[in-house]
Design a protein around this ligand. Structure first.
Ligand SMILES: Nc1nc2c(ncn2[C@@H]2O[C@H](COP(=O)(O)OP(=O)(O)OP(=O)(O)O)[C@@H](O)[C@H]2O)c(=O)[nH]1
Ligand SMILES: [Mg+2]
Length: 597
């Protein structure tokens, strides 16, 4: 039995290939909005960090109507660090739209998300997007997509996917390039035709798989998931089949379906639909809402392991508690526990005592986003250098490896190869599109990527595009030398002076301007040499010297290099920390006292 009036589809792609923009257009053309309604661009990217960074971080569900059919669409993030979001979205859909940028072609995350969709045996609609780009190479890109399918061992019948050409920005979809279509009708039709309706029996035992959580001030925890079998009604007595095997009885107090950017109250949830329910305090992702009398849990959601870890600890700097609201180890623990509820790809362990936690995730960006969210909520914390999670395989240490794709102008190829060689990168492929840009593919230990982005940007004058993808484990690749420079460290507390900065700036890059409060052990700059250097950055000029005083007015300070959170995380070494507060990002030595280091 299937519910032919519903389709559940996820939209998957590499970062920035236009998923959220296409969902915008689908929402608009399905008549969800009133004629005069103001709708923001990339409306599904609703949280602050998503809007600021212009990327999707969390997978989100929406529903549109096309004729008699309700299409639930899950917009997913394209950045590799958020792959866990894609993995769980795929558990509750019956097919995917695989979007590929008509100029960039398939990139590492295209490969990743497609491999997950093939693994889940989900049918695909291939969408070649951004066909309006002046540098679009549509036919070539389509061929690259076929190659990718073949490379991923797709079955013959999986190669007969439908192809749609779109300009997501303008809301146009075409079945062929000559198609005069001026709207998304061909895409909607294709979804209805090629994506199977959800199977499931409305009379069978209730089984709803929870793939996401949300929170409402009135209703408490909301579980979002798909009803695979049975029918769900408000006030039903149900059981939550917990991950640990136990059963927890509860009553559904509220039921919603998704309609555009809103949730719509429902009394009865349909089999096959994606719904949000309340009355499920304590539920977590991967659990099943099922019959209380005859519980039949679905298989748990299993996703890829974390590859990177960072230590989050309470802020022990002399400035601790000045700028943040939440500073205790209890605060930190509670916040991380809360994160674990919704963020399936993160793991947390105690790291030698209650004041520090090892937080494990898929990449630096994922952890940096978590830290950024925490500081906005009022937390202060200190974080250490990211470390790679190794694994013992047959008694030998293995480390995670990444497939790294770099796109750069051909005159930088030499620099790029040299840089990656030093980081144990092995070149696998080099493709010259003949457009003046070259695409290089490397296998490189994940360690080798830490701090690479900023160096690569400097080396290629900001022209390189880098993308990486987890590519299994390899035997430990030996030492990779870290930053070749040392730190400039404040040797006493006080306020920085222009005079001191002026005298220090020839030693390296300064991270602070004048008049800033510093403490002993705080890192104030990057030493041009390879060792650390303690400096007096609060030194006042001697007031008795009239000549120096007048000369001071003319001093020219080089503007400080202000590091953002990700740059700070990339900069620090093992014996250093980043101190994060709602207002500041400071770098420090783990051991503050100069005479104890
Ligand atoms: N020229 C052109 N630009 C497009 C098109 N679709 C999207 N874009 C632009 O591509 C950029 C990325 O679009 P998004 O919709 O945020 O991409 P995304 O795939 O959702 O990105 P992530 O969620 O971060 O992976 C934006 O600047 C869009 O305006 C298109 O059809 N043509
Ligand atoms: Mg997006």
């Amino acid at each position: 039995m299937s519910n032919n009036s519903i389709r559940n589809i996820a939209i998957i792609a590499h970062v920035d290939h236009g998923k959220t923009t296409l969902v915008d257009a689908m929402l608009k053309q399905s008549g969800i909005f009133r004629a005069n309604e103001e709708v923001a661009e990339r409306a599904m990217d609703s949280n602050d960090l998503e809007r600021e960074r212009g990327i999707t971080i969390l997978a989100k569900a929406t529903g549109v109507r096309y004729g008699e059919t309700k299409i639930n669409i899950i917009d997913t993030p394209g950045h590799s660090d958020f792959g866990g979001e894609v993995e769980r979205a795929l558990k509750i859909v019956d097919g995917v739209m695989l979007l590929v940028d008509a100029s960039e072609g398939p990139l590492p995350q295209t490969r990743y998300v497609l491999s997950k969709a093939l693994e889940a045996k989900l049918p695909q609609i291939v969408v070649i997007n951004k066909i309006d780009r002046p540098d679009a190479r549509i036919q070539e890109v389509l061929n690259e997509v076929y190659d990718l399918f073949i490379d991923l061992d797709a079955h013959e019948d999986q190669l007969s996917f439908p192809v749609i050409y779109t300009n997501g920005k303008a809301g146009i979809a075409k079945l062929t390039l000559e198609d005069p279509s001026e709207n998304l009708q061909p895409l909607f039709e294709s979804i209805i035709k090629h994506i199977p309706a959800p199977a499931g029996d409305s009379e069978a035992v209730l089984q709803m798989l929870v793939a996401n959580l949300d929170y409402s001030d009135y209703l408490g925890r909301l579980a979002i998931g798909r009803v695979f079998n049975g029918t769900l009604r408000v006030n039903d007595e149900v059981a939550i089949a917990k991950l640990d095997g136990s059963l927890h009885k509860t009553k559904i107090t509220k039921l919603y379906s998704f309609e555009g950017l809103k949730r719509v109250d429902e009394a009865v949830g349909r089999t096959g639909d994606i719904l949000a329910i309340a009355g499920v305090e304590g539920i977590t992702i991967g659990e099943t809402v099922t019959s209380a009398e005859n519980p039949q849990p679905l298989a748990h959601i299993q996703i890829d392991e974390p590859t990177i870890a960072m230590t989050f600890s309470i802020n022990t700097s002399p400035f601790s508690g000045r700028e943040g609201q939440y500073v205790t180890s209890r605060n930190l623990r509670d916040r991380l526990d809360k994160e674990l509820l919704t963020n399936v790809s993160i793991k947390v362990e105690e790291a030698g005592g209650p004041d520090a936690y090892k937080v494990m995730g898929r990449g630096e960006l994922q952890l940096a986003i978590l830290i950024e969210m925490m500081r906005r909520e009022g937390f202060e914390l200190a974080v250490g250098k990211p470390e790679i999670l190794t694994k013992q395989i047959n008694g030998k240490t293995h480390e995670p490896q990444e497939l790294l794709v770099i796109d750069c102008p051909d005159n930088f190829v030499g620099v790029v190869i040299e840089k990656l060689g030093a980081r144990k990168g092995k070149m696998e492929k080099m493709i010259n599109h003949g457009s003046g840009r070259v695409r290089l593919e490397f296998l490189i230990p994940s360690r080798g990527l830490i701090g690479l982005r900023s160096e690569m940007m400097t080396d290629t004058k900001g022209t390189a595009i880098m993308n990486s993808l987890f590519h299994g484990y390899v035997e430990w690749q030996g030492d990779i030398s870290s930053r070749p420079t040392g730190s400039l460290i404040a040797d006493r507390a006080g306020r920085t002076t222009g005079y001191a900065l002026f005298n220090l700036q020839e030693r390296g890059d300064m991270f602070v301007g004048s008049g800033l409060e510093v403490y002993e052990g705080m890192i104030v700059g990057e030493n041009a040499r390879d060792s650390d250097l303690d400096v007096n950055i609060v030194k006042e000029k001697k007031l008795t010297n009239m000549r120096a005083s007048s000369a001071d007015e003319a001093i020219r300070l080089v503007p400080p290099r202000l590091l953002n959170l990700e740059q700070a995380i990339e900069f620090i070494r093992d014996d250093e920390l980043v101190e994060v507060t709602p207002q500041s990002i400071r770098l420090r030595k783990k051991i503050l006292k100069g005479n104890q280091r």
